[in-house]
Write a protein that binds this ligand. Structure first.
Ligand SMILES: O=C(O)CCC(=O)C(=O)O
Ligand SMILES: [Fe+2]
Length: 226
């Protein structure tokens, strides 16, 4: 099986997948340099939670600063990345019979001590985000640096952790992940590592790190391109 087959098999079986082999290392390095430049040029803004009128800033819940990739005029490493994710989007559509039409990505930078409390990526009021993607951009990350992405199994609703819960239905609002979901994986944010997961099924959180933590995060959507 190729690296992509392994990735897709894990996504199918667990709802999440992690690969160190699928993103070209030179692309991860170029994106890392680009992110650092964007930061130095002041293009990052503190991130919010929620959507539209419900947007709030609470660095104790979500502590990153972000810079969206403008897909109309992307700089060279971003253009290469968007071409790469576009090909991945088409493969996801083929393999899982999805109709992912759009994608959106931002760089993210967490100061030491900052994280992102447990959440799911579909906002109340919209279900367009289907598959979440995070590419990490940190060289020589050590276990003691922290900053892991924790991936949880879905809530079963009966107080027992497990992954066989039916997908929430009847509307766009996602329930709070709740306290009973089981921790399934802890992912260190090492450069070139890619995490993919289902945006409406996988509760996750970012633990605080001891170093500045860089990533490129985004979503494949099933509505029209933004
Ligand atoms: O950086 C990560 O590991 C995950 C970030 C995340 O969950 C998000 O931005 O929604
Ligand atoms: Fe998230």
């Amino acid at each position: 099986m190729g690296f992509q087959d392994v990735l897709f098999q894990s996504l199918e079986e667990r709802g999440w997948a992690v690969s160190d082999r699928i993103v070209p290392p030179s692309l991860a390095q170029a994106l890392r340099n680009h992110a650092h430049q964007l930061w130095q040029q002041g293009f990052f803004k503190p991130a919010s939670i929620g959507r539209q009128a419900g947007l709030v800033r609470d660095p104790d819940i979500r502590g990153d600063a972000i810079c969206w990739i403008d897909d109309n005029t992307p700089f060279p490493p971003c253009a290469e990345f968007l071409a790469w994710t576009d090909a991945l989007r088409q493969e996801l559509n083929r393999h899982f019979f999805l109709s992912l039409r759009g994608q959106e990505f931002h760089f993210a930078r967490y100061e030491p001590g900052r994280g992102y409390a447990r959440h799911m990526d579909q906002h109340g009021g919209t279900s367009a985000r289907k598959v979440s993607l995070v590419l990490y951009l940190n060289e020589d990350w050590k276990a003691e640096d922290g900053g892991e992405l924790c991936l949880y199994g879905p809530e079963t609703g009966d107080g027992e952790p497990g992954r066989d819960a039916p997908a929430p239905s009847g509307g766009d609002r996602q329930p709070d992940p709740g306290p009973n979901a089981a921790l399934e994986a802890k992912v260190l944010p090492e450069s070139g590592r890619l995490a993919l997961f289902l945006s409406d099924r996988v509760p996750h959180e970012v633990l605080p790190a001891r170093r500045v933590r860089w990533s490129l995060t985004g979503w494949f959507r099933d509505d029209a391109p933004l």
